[in-house]
Design a protein around this ligand. Structure first.
Ligand code: IVH
Length: 675
């Protein structure tokens, strides 16, 4: 492909991707699958790598991240990012309305109502239509420049291509992680043995401060905009600004309303009290803004907040109850979670008896004592939380909580790794909930899919001393199962049938089922694909592991340490004998020679005798591997015409041999001569 063709293709791909993106975020429709979308994006990225001059600043490939920022630069806001005064009652709102009325005299005014989104405030600057800067609120005067991370928010336009776009303007809004994305993220974390995140807001905040923008991209953040600022903007009301943002492609929550009076505002508040729970993010109230911008100016600001706007906060549903005791749960990975055992109390329609306390730091932060009256709240999190202590009614003889030092299940001394909030029980192979937890993980649908086996039966099998590791399941006899309480012939047959059937699940499922820390389903699939069978994986060094795309050091270390333990190696032998799938299904072998055995290649530019895919296949057929980026470990760069100068420079700097098309051909021909 020449540069001209590449340019055409890049523009066509970008247009397509932008179209699907807009469909998804503005119209809530997806015409293609996620997979197809990713394929388009991958194609674009690969073309841009080959023709770096054609990588435009508003290319949708910017969304996938890939930059590492060690320290975010501090930048001053052009206009300070203020906060809002809060109210909780009708009276407060009427007082606010009274102040507005008094200041505006005879003038008629209207209120623009929006929901108060509970995310992370961001400010984005556009110059000549291009997104040039994304900054956090910081202290209101200065924030962190997190542009690279902000670019990964797919609903945020990288370029505004409407007519009459102001040369410079700033938009502000609230970044958030949609509920379903947050839920999925936590499921994945549980899969790899990590503690789930406590709530979407903090997760969003943490995500936006990550150094690797590729990780940020994978977190699928979204952003609702709620204001547009700039010198000499053509709007006279807030509503016009919102409508304009909507029309040029910003994501605006369709929940706003222009109200004629405080009466209508109060109606709006009531309407959204319950309905807001169906929105894709947490909201904690509404924001009421005087609509006319001239009137806003007339009203002005106090030191901290505008006099033309106010936030009405919905009272979180909470209740006071007594803390009876603190118990401690032990998870599959040995993580200890303290739980508040409460005197039952009615909260938002359900009786609450327990609330998670997360870790020792949280207990210290709340200064919690057994016997205290505590406040429990049900926010967006499904599990209620303890938000505070009623200190005035604290009993005189109460004492600070002594966090446990030994595992409540097996008595082993707990450990706390440096930098982690959680305590762990290190007795991995002897602690009952850890053993049972691993079996539960092993049999789940996404893993070995033994649906005839549940938590209760696992406990029975454990108590009877029949099952300690997954391999024990495959040694169970009909008689052993039949002897369990509640089991008749039919149930026994079912269970045996389910266990037998699991022998057929693919290798990648088995790998995930093992419960190796940090090896979730995606990672398991990548490892299975690369190493093809358990023996090669077990033999792989940390270095080989990290050479697999998307496998980092943390995963590599965890895999290494898992397979270097004797008992795990024995377990693998037993699973092998039990007939589990510990290798990938056969793929058609097209390899004709091993002359390039183990060598890695990057191909770049255009070639006379080969199409790119043809070249890739050739390399593979001769035993080599095609990778996408140039690193110190690369063996060869095959350079076609029009290869970007940056690539050549990088390869030269790292001392990587650069092969011309002819040199590559003769390398392969040598193999043909030898054979
Ligand atoms: S307007 C002068 N509108 O609330 C401040 N803010 O306490 C004007 N927020 O930092 C802000 N939803 O992060 C505005 N619809 C909305 C909002 C909203 C959430 C946040 C924002 C701001 C904080 C102010």
């Amino acid at each position: 492909m020449n540069a001209e063709q590449a340019k055409k293709e890049i523009l066509a791909l970008s247009e397509k991707i932008n179209y699907y993106n807009e469909q998804y975020y503005q119209q809530n429709r997806s015409e293609i699958s996620d997979y197809e979308f990713d394929q388009l994006l991958e194609k674009l990225i690969s073309l841009e790598n080959d023709f770096p001059d054609l990588k435009y600043p508003d290319s949708p490939s910017q969304r996938v991240g890939g930059t590492i920022t060690k320290n975010f630069e501090t930048v001053y806001h052009t206009y300070p990012m203020l906060s809002l005064g809060n109210t909780y009652s009708r009276e407060d709102l009427e007082d606010f309305d009274g102040r507005v009325k008094k200041a505006l005299g005879e003038d008629k005014y209207r209120y623009f109502c929006e929901l108060k989104f509970d995310g992370v405030a961001l400010s984005m600057t556009y110059e000549n239509g291009l997104l040039v800067r994304g900054v956090t609120r910081g202290d209101g005067t200065r924030g962190d420049n997190i542009t690279e991370n902000v670019r990964t928010i797919r609903s945020l336009p990288l370029r505004i291509s409407a007519e009459d776009v102001p040369v410079v303007f700033e938009v502000r809004g609230e970044a958030f992680m949609p509920r379903d994305v947050f839920r999925q993220l936590n499921l994945e974390r549980e899969d790899i043995g990590e503690e789930p995140y406590a709530n979407a807001r903090n997760t969003t905040s943490g995500t936006l401060k990550m150094q690797d923008s590729a990780t940020v991209a994978s977190r699928k953040l979204d952003c609702f905009l709620y204001s547009v600022l700039g010198d000499d903007l053509p709007f006279t009301t807030h509503a016009e600004g919102i409508k304009w943002m909507e029309s040029v492609g910003f994501h605006i929550s369709p929940t706003y309303r222009l109200c004629e009076s405080m009466e209508e505002v109060l109606q709006y508040i009531e309407e959204w009290r319950e309905k807001r729970k169906e929105l894709p993010l947490e909201t904690d109230g509404i924001v009421i803004k005087v609509n006319d911008l001239g009137q806003q100016e007339q009203l002005g600001f106090t030191a901290k907040s505008p006099r033309w706007a106010i936030a009405y906060k919905y009272k979180a549903e909470n209740a006071a109850t007594r803390l009876r005791s603190i118990t401690y749960q032990v998870g599959r990975t040995g993580a200890i979670t303290p739980v508040a055992e409460l005197e039952p109390v009615l909260l938002a329609g359900t009786t609450v008896k327990r609330a998670s306390l997360h870790n020792a730091n949280e207990i210290a932060r709340l200064d919690l004592r057994v016997g205290d009256m505590v406040f429990v709240e049900k926010g967006g999190d499904i599990i209620p939380k303890v938000t505070g202590v009623e200190l005035t009614s604290r009993l005189d003889d109460s004492e600070p909580v002594n966090y446990i030092t030994q595992c409540p299940e097996c008595g082993t001394e707990l450990i706390r790794r440096e930098g982690e909030a959680q305590h762990y029980c290190p007795n991995t192979d002897g602690c009952p909930p850890q053993i049972k937890g691993r079996i539960e993980h092993f049999i789940q649908r996404k893993a070995m899919d033994i649906d005839s086996l549940g938590e209760k039966t696992i406990a029975q099998l454990f108590d009877e001393g029949l099952v300690r590791t997954p391999a024990d399941l495959y040694d169970l006899t009909f008689e052993q199962i039949l002897s369990l309480e509640g089991f008749k012939e039919k149930g026994t047959e079912n269970l045996i049938g389910g266990i037998n059937k699991s022998r057929e699940v693919p290798f990648e499922n088995v790998l995930f089922a093992l419960g190796i820390r940090y090896v979730g389903r995606t990672v398991a699939a990548k490892l299975a694909e690369h190493f093809r069978n358990i023996d090669s994986l077990m033999a792989a060094s940390e270095e080989e592991l990290v050479s697999v795309p998307e496998i980092g050091e943390r995963i590599a270390q965890s895999v290494r340490s898992f397979f270097s333990a004797d008992q795990h190696r024995q377990e693998m032998e037993r699973l092998k004998s039990a007939g589990l799938n510990l290798e990938m299904g056969e793929v058609e072998n097209t390899q004709v020679s091993d002359v390039l055995d183990g060598k890695t290649f990057v191909i770049s530019g255009v070639f006379q005798d080969y199409e790119r895919d043809e070249l890739k296949d050739l390399i593979r057929n001769y035993g080599g591997k095609v990778v996408s980026s140039i690193s110190g470990k690369l063996n060869y760069l095959v350079a076609g015409e029009k290869m970007g100068p940056a690539k050549r420079e990088k390869a030269e700097k790292l001392g990587i041999p650069i092969l011309s098309e002819q040199e590559f051909t003769s390398m392969i021909n040598q193999a043909n001569v030898q054979e």
